[in-house]
Design a protein. Structure first.
Length: 390
């Protein structure tokens, strides 16, 4: 480097250093009133342990409950957290989840409630550090509700095609959602049934049989056999289908071997409505031998809805879609296509907060190779909330 350039760089460097020192002395930007910057915050361990509950468990709980606590890291370090149910040690955790930027560790303990009775239970957690110092949470009361009762009302209206029959059925199921234990019975009228089954499946869908009910000649009722259990563990547990509304019961007869009566098995927080699809409901009307059924299943616990549809008498179906209004299928009014789930059943769904949901204007459009703007259709049915649980 040229010596003149080196002298210039050195001189400029010293000048900038002097300016920096002057600004620092004056408060950073030359203002004497500006406070000095705060020191860099670092997590500081606590001298003694503390522990508190996190999460809301005020509503009744079932199956596996997550007991969550947060603890402060101590100077000695954390050793373990013990969880107590009804005053008895339930489990011990020696590792938790450190939280970034703060001296806090969160412990999440899964509590399997399958061996506990329904009703209130107490929970408490105690943290111990490596100096054997301890702290305890407040005692929390948690209500367990694993046993549920589900009324049944069987009709021909949930079958498609709908059989010509005056038969009806009513009954009740009792299910422990933690263990999968299931019982109950039903009474059929105006029909002689050959078989009654509990199936896995969404509305309008024909699903596999899970439980065969047995007929009691003394009571004239069909009953779930003693010691019957649905699977209750894992992502594909049958209890999961039950809680989602994806399970139904049907009754078969010689006259109607594919089913004469059917009822979707629904919790009180799930509602179901059906509608029809036809060429007469197209705008403008179409002449078609095709027919169909559409269902809306609404789950207020998950704040979601699902639409299913089934058709007969159509060739070369191209799509089944949900549109914002009646009329020829187009991109301007298209909302959803019904797509196959892992079992091949066509469905669409979303959040019940979706604009336009349940306002009575959404329309199902079935397009075919012969009628790409729609061959059969119908309004998406509306859920009646006047008599539904919150």
């Amino acid at each position: 480097m040229d010596t003149r350039c080196a002298d210039y760089v050195a001189t400029r460097g010293l000048a900038f250093a002097a300016i920096a020192l002057l600004l620092t002395a004056c408060g950073g930007d030359g203002s004497k009133d500006e406070p000095a910057p705060a020191p860099f915050d670092r997590p500081v361990p606590s001298a003694t342990p503390t522990i508190s509950w996190t999460g809301d468990l005020a509503e009744p709980q079932s199956r596996v409950v997550s007991l969550s606590v947060s603890t402060l890291i101590t100077v000695a370090g954390l050793k373990q957290v013990d969880f107590f149910i009804d005053g008895i040690l339930s489990q011990t955790m020696t590792a938790g989840s450190p939280q970034p930027g703060v001296p806090v560790v969160v412990y999440n303990a899964p509590w399997d409630t399958s061996s506990y009775s329904d009703g209130p239970h107490t929970a408490m957690a105690r943290v111990t550090d490596n100096a054997n110092l301890t702290a305890e949470t407040s005692t929390r009361v948690i209500t367990i509700e694993n046993n549920i009762s589900i009324p049944l009302s069987l009709s021909t209206g949930e079958l498609f095609p709908t059989p010509a029959s005056a038969a009806t059925g009513s009954g009740q199921l009792a299910v422990n959602v933690a263990t999968g234990a299931i019982g109950g019975d039903l009474l059929l009228t105006n029909m002689t049934a050959d078989a009654v089954h509990i199936h896995s499946g969404w509305p309008t869908v024909t699903g596999p049989s899970l439980v065969d009910l047995v007929f009691d000649a003394a009571t004239q009722r069909w009953a779930v056999p003693a010691d019957t259990h649905l699977t209750s563990v894992g992502s594909f547990a049958q209890v999961n289908d039950l809680l989602a509304g994806a399970m139904y019961i049907d009754a078969h007869s010689t006259a109607h071997p594919d089913g004469e009566l059917r009822a979707q098995i629904l919790l009180k927080t799930i509602s179901l409505a059906f509608g029809s699809l036809s060429g007469e409901q197209e705008v403008p009307p179409m002449s078609s031998a095709g027919r169909g059924m559409v269902s809306v299943l609404e789950n207020r616990e998950t704040q979601s809805f699902q639409i299913n549809a089934r058709t007969v008498g159509l060739d070369n179906v191209v799509s089944i879609g949900v549109y914002s209004k009646a009329g020829p299928a187009s991109q301007t009014n298209w909302l959803y296509f019904l797509r196959p789930d892992p079992n091949g059943n066509l469905l669409a769904g979303g959040a019940i907060s979706t604009p336009g949901y349940n306002n009575g204007t959404w329309y199902i459009q079935v397009t075919t190779a012969q009628h790409l703007s729609g061959e059969i259709g119908g309004l998406v049915p509306v859920i009646d909330h006047s008599n539904t649980a919150p």
